[in-house]
Design a protein around this ligand. Sequence first.
Ligand SMILES: C[S@@+](CC[C@H](N)C(=O)[O-])C[C@H]1O[C@@H](n2cnc3c(N)ncnc32)[C@H](O)[C@@H]1O
Length: 324
Amino acid sequence: MNRSHRNSGYRALNAMSRDRKTHSSNHGLHVESLCKTRHAALVTDCCDLLAKLPDRSVQLIVCDPPYNIMLADWDRHDDYPGWAGAWLREAERVLSPTGNIAIFGGLQYQGEAGGGDLLSLIQHLRHTSDMLLANLIVWNYPNGMSARRFFANRHEEIAWFAKTRKYYFDLDSVREPYDEQTKGVYRKDKRLNPDTIEKGRNPTNVWRMGRLNGNSPERVGHPTQKPRAIIRRLMRSLSFPGSTVVDFFGGSGVTTRVAVEEGRHSVCGDTDRSFLRHVAKQLKMIDRPDGPDPIPEFELSERLDETHPVFESTRSVMSNGTGP
Ligand SMILES: C[S@@+](CC[C@H](N)C(=O)[O-])C[C@H]1O[C@@H](n2cnc3c(N)ncnc32)[C@H](O)[C@@H]1O
């Protein structure tokens, strides 16, 4: 038996699922059926973007920081955790109690970088933050650089931290369907839950997905663009329609695109002005081949003003007269 099967939390979740109840993290969430989503695309420093956002206003932060391996002129920090500490603290402040942050990075970069990598960010959070490391996701790709002095690297990591124990997680939205033959075999096994057989398997914390090749149709011209499939899996499982997703190292604009496609609001930024050009290209390509619903209408602005839904809670607190 897997250790997690003896875990009381795991048993409680199973019991809730048998009784068709939902976890407390799903109670009271404002899951809207949306007619329009709002998106801000800003040319700005990560800390300046975060400073504009109210406390507890964001459901998901997709965070793909410079790796500190001198890939570009933005990619070098002598004191990486010291630099990252400022935006990590702010990220925790803006996350809602159900919120999540997914931080991309590698563990093998110390040689090149010297000043720190994803491991040092995890270590930093362990010492300075109350957030919980929910999963260290291994992104395993078949295509990568060759090597002679070590085994060629074929993975990157995504550290998923939850703000509190009430974090939102929608596993069903990202299950991998079983093929008909496998379903037939599993249906005969009375130990297996019939509901789960129909819904599909948990994709686990090892995600086998290719990196974008140079000529991938998804590419918009950013050197470290992440595949849409990865951002989509994070967005579907860690945020809900109508919530706000933030990406302050926006790069190629892929997070903005996926937020539009998945019916989330977004606030994304990057210091590089080409970000706006990339976002414009992304939005010309929007589609959602596997989604049942039409993509909600959307509005994009290069400014963040108080009418953006991320300020919703501040507005309702102020109109109730219960402000701080
Ligand atoms: C690893 S890339 C992000 C790639 C992005 N996730 C994608 O898939 O396209 C890091 C980005 O951070 C931006 N950047 C570097 N320092 C920054 C800062 N202080 N504030 C905001 N953006 C910054 C860089 O211009 C670069 O586009």
